[in-house]
Design a protein around this ligand. Structure first.
Ligand code: ADP
Length: 241
């Protein structure tokens, strides 16, 4: 079954200066378990597309089904619930709360989901262990390296058990060795069944996905499957360099 199903999805901005067609009739299915790299030049519609499939924005035309739910039928609360249950977000700048330790940052989405405190702590611990940071749960973001902060952000994205990880340039702020390690974490999570959609401007990152979708002028210019490179080879190459 397709986890993501868009039909003629579009987003138009009406500005004083005229209409901007940010996304133009995009029909795209993403199967559960896939790993998609989204590429394309600046202004091609990548963020608009990610905001729509992340239920952070509404289309001006077309339809979107996420895990079988017709997203346009939901009100703001329904949208937030669906987002919280099905989607984990990972950003280039980690977006962690600076005064809160790793455990508190990871537990945050469960506060919104109404999970009790004890369960929150257990699940947050498990998610931190999953990304290799069990020992660092009490560290604040400032006390962690960039790669560790991104791991905390990934643990936060995973904590509600989402089917879909949406990542916007998740390796963009990291040195190349650390970026390779984060890429490997995404590949492992994908192998465990999490669907990944990742925006990148880096062709080397894109080659680690199973499928590459390239946008141009708000449309899908190219969409092909590929044999993904193994990020462990990249880690080895970066270590040797
Ligand atoms: P990308 O992520 O590929 O750089 P975007 O999705 O951000 O592209 O933008 C696609 C187009 O939509 C661009 O022409 C951009 O200027 C326009 N756009 C994006 N967001 C807005 C907005 N809030 N208001 C007006 N135009 C926008």
């Amino acid at each position: 079954m397709a986890l993501i199903e868009t039909r003629d999805l579009g987003r138009v901005y009406d500005l004083d200066a005229g209409r901007v067609v940010a996304l133009d009739h995009v029909s795209l299915d993403v199967d559960e378990g896939d790993f998609v790299a989204v590429m394309g030049p600046s202004g091609s519609g990548k963020s608009t597309f990610m905001n729509l499939i992340g239920c952070l924005d509404r289309p001006t035309h077309g339809t979107y089904r996420l895990a079988g739910t017709a997203v346009e039928t939901l009100d703001a609360n329904g949208l937030a619930r669906l987002r919280n249950r099905e989607i984990g977000f990972v950003f280039q700048q980690f977006n962690l709360l600076p005064r809160v330790d790793a455990l508190g940052n990871v537990a945050l989405p469960m506060v919104y989901a109404g999970v009790d405190r004890r369960t929150r702590r257990e699940k947050a611990h498990a998610a931190l262990a999953r990304v290799g940071l069990a020992e660092r749960w009490h560290h604040r973001p400032m006390q962690l390296s960039g790669g560790q902060q991104q791991r905390v952000a990934i643990a936060r994205a995973l904590v509600n058990g989402p089917k879909l990880l949406l990542a916007d340039e998740p390796t963009g702020a990291l040195d190349s060795r650390t970026a390779a390690e984060i890429l490997w974490l995404f590949q492992e999570l994908n192998r465990e069944g999490v669907t990944v959609v990742l925006v990148t401007h880096d062709a080397d990152v894109g080659r680690h996905a199973r499928r590459l979708v390239r946008f141009k002028d708000g449309r899908v210019l190219e969409d092909h499957r590929q044999t993904p490179l193994d990020a462990r080879d990249l880690i080895a190459a970066e270590s040797a360099a």
